[in-house]
Design a protein around this ligand. Structure first.
Ligand SMILES: [Zn+2]
Length: 143
């Protein structure tokens, strides 16, 4: 599995490789205020993640690579993100983290490809809007 794909899995378990903002950036889809923005991925950007990183010492000090390595896993903040993502985007960062923990990153990435691969073109479908960024017209990151 190429190293750059693993780099796209954020500490919280969200796969940036299937995120609307990364897909828009990597597919060169023009930015549109409030609707389409670009992101190179949480890890490559070393982002002070709005959800977790700036509120978590272990993450901001790079003491853990993934949240499952923490004795508090899953902490309240992560549970909050998990709830939001399950409800809005049908994706569970905590389930992702458990998959990485027990099956390894390579298996997780293979499963992700099956979960978010486009049946029509083999491209990637965003976890946020369910659209294929390789063969569909993209109007907004979440719809
Ligand atoms: Zn497609």
């Amino acid at each position: 599995m190429p190293r750059e794909k693993a780099e796209l899995v954020a500490p919280c378990g969200i796969n940036c490789g299937a995120c609307s903002h990364y897909l828009a950036y990597s597919r060169n889809i023009p930015k549109k205020a409030g609707k389409i923005s670009h992101c190179i991925g949480c890890r490559p950007r070393n982002k002070q993640c709005a959800y977790l990183k700036k509120r978590c010492n272990k993450l901001s000090n790079n003491e853990v690579d993934f949240c499952f390595e923490c004795e508090d896993f899953p902490c309240e903040r992560l549970e909050h993100i998990d709830e939001r993502y399950r409800k809005n985007f049908n994706t569970s960062p905590i389930e992702n983290l458990n998959e990485i923990k027990y099956d390894g990153i390579d298996t997780f990435l293979e499963n992700e490809r099956k979960r978010h691969g486009c049946p029509k073109c083999g491209g990637t479908i965003s976890i946020h809007n369910g659209k294929c960024y390789d063969c569909e017209k993209i109007e907004s990151w979440k719809s």
